[in-house]
Design a protein around this ligand. Structure first.
Ligand SMILES: NC(=O)c1ccc[n+]([C@@H]2O[C@H](COP(=O)([O-])OP(=O)(O)OC[C@H]3O[C@@H](n4cnc5c(N)ncnc54)[C@H](O)[C@@H]3O)[C@@H](O)[C@H]2O)c1
Length: 332
């Protein structure tokens, strides 16, 4: 199949790009490289093979229209967005412009070109703090940040395009994507995610991993999250391409394991996997951090047949392996 991936030079998009190429699909990556990496694209070429790269910015409607003119795709996987929750609190306008206006421009051009099948990177952030855990897709949504609001808004816009303009879309609400595959992995700057920060603490004695809160109502007092292996996440996208060929309209699914891991368990497992000790410090709770973010993944398993295969130990093993191949410039 002929597939367009926006944000294919970033963390999740690059893993999906590599896997689709390996499976023999014709792949086009669209990215402005603002937060993705040219060297990741080079690695994908070495490991997987050829694909087309379009250096375009979603916020430039005319550039986008020209770049995508007369191009047909069997499916579009839309990863490109800003992803830092804290930054979105400090600079909400930047997030609404990139994640909402940029996505809207993309969808507008896809509709003009009669490209109808879209998989959208949504997030657990659409749910905000929830009383009932594990969280089903039907839970009331009240995001805790502008980032979460942008994802919810895009789901609503897509749902309307599905209802009125003939689009078919799947919104995948990722919980905590983590881990790596081969020579590509997670490289965000600044890095705010737990797994790469734990690994950084294992690699660097001078870096102390912050545990935000130890007085939550959880068995060990630290927050609980649902970590999902990047390979499982990629498989979910591939399963959705087939699903969209046979199912019309708008669908939203949690992509997660349904099993929670506490931050302290994450530290212990990382120490076990690496055979090293790390420095960590209990710090005050962060505003807006729910005690538990664990998904109910029943819907995607019953409707699509996808289920997570990997656990937290597999995630940390793959991430630890990548951490040691990571360019030292990442630490400077
Ligand atoms: N990583 C996570 O923990 C996580 C969790 C839930 C949801 N998501 C969603 O998954 C998607 C991918 O996340 P990621 O971790 O791979 O992020 P990332 O920052 O690693 O990758 C995003 C990519 O999109 C590109 N991009 C951003 N704005 C663009 C624009 N205007 N035009 C063209 N390219 C643009 C960046 O250059 C980058 O390569 C995002 O939509 C994110 O909201 C991520």
């Amino acid at each position: 199949m002929n597939i367009l991936l926006t944000g294919g030079a970033g963390y999740i998009g690059s893993h999906c790009t590599l896997e689709l190429i390996k499976r023999g699909h014709k792949v086009t990556v669209l990215d402005n490289l603002e937060r993705g990496h040219q060297e990741t694209l080079d690695t994908i070429k070495q490991q997987g093979g050829e694909f087309e790269f379009l250096k375009l910015d979603l916020r430039n409607l005319e550039e986008l229209r020209n770049g995508l003119r007369d191009r047909q795709f069997d499916a579009v996987i839309h990863f490109a967005a800003y992803i830092d929750v804290g930054e979105s609190v400090r600079e909400p306008a930047k997030y609404f412009e990139n994640n909402v206006v940029g996505s809207q421009y993309l969808f507008q051009i896809l509709l003009e070109n009669k490209v109808n099948n879209v998989i959208f990177s949504s997030s657990a952030a659409v749910y905000g703090t929830q009383e009932i855990v594990p969280i089903p897709e039907t839970a009331e949504k009240h995001p805790d940040s502008p980032y979460g609001e942008t994802k919810l808004l895009m789901e609503m816009i897509l749902e309307n395009y599905c209802q009125y303009s003939g689009m078919n879309a799947v919104a995948l609400r990722y919980f905590n994507p983590s881990g790596a595959e081969g020579n590509i992995g997670e490289r965000h700057y600044p890095e705010t995610h737990a797994v790469p920060r734990v690994l950084k603490a294992l690699m660097d004695d001078k870096f102390t991993f912050g545990v935000f809160g130890s007085d939550y109502n959880t068995p060990d007092g630290s927050c609980i999250r649902d970590f999902i292996h990047i390979q499982d996440l990629v498989d979910a996208h591939i399963a959705c391409i087939d699903f969209l060929n046979n199912n019309k309209g708008f669908h939203a699914f949690n992509v997660a394991t349904g099993k929670g891991t506490s931050v302290l368990e994450l530290i212990n497992t990382a120490e076990e996997v690496s055979g090293r000790k790390l420095n960590y410090k209990i710090q005050p709770r962060r505003e807006g951090d729910p005690a538990q973010l664990v998904a109910d993944p029943t819907k995607i398993s019953s409707e699509i047949g996808w289920k997570a295969k990997f656990d937290i130990k597999d995630i940390l093993k793959s991430a630890w392996e990548f951490e040691q191949k990571r360019p030292m410039s990442d630490y400077q």
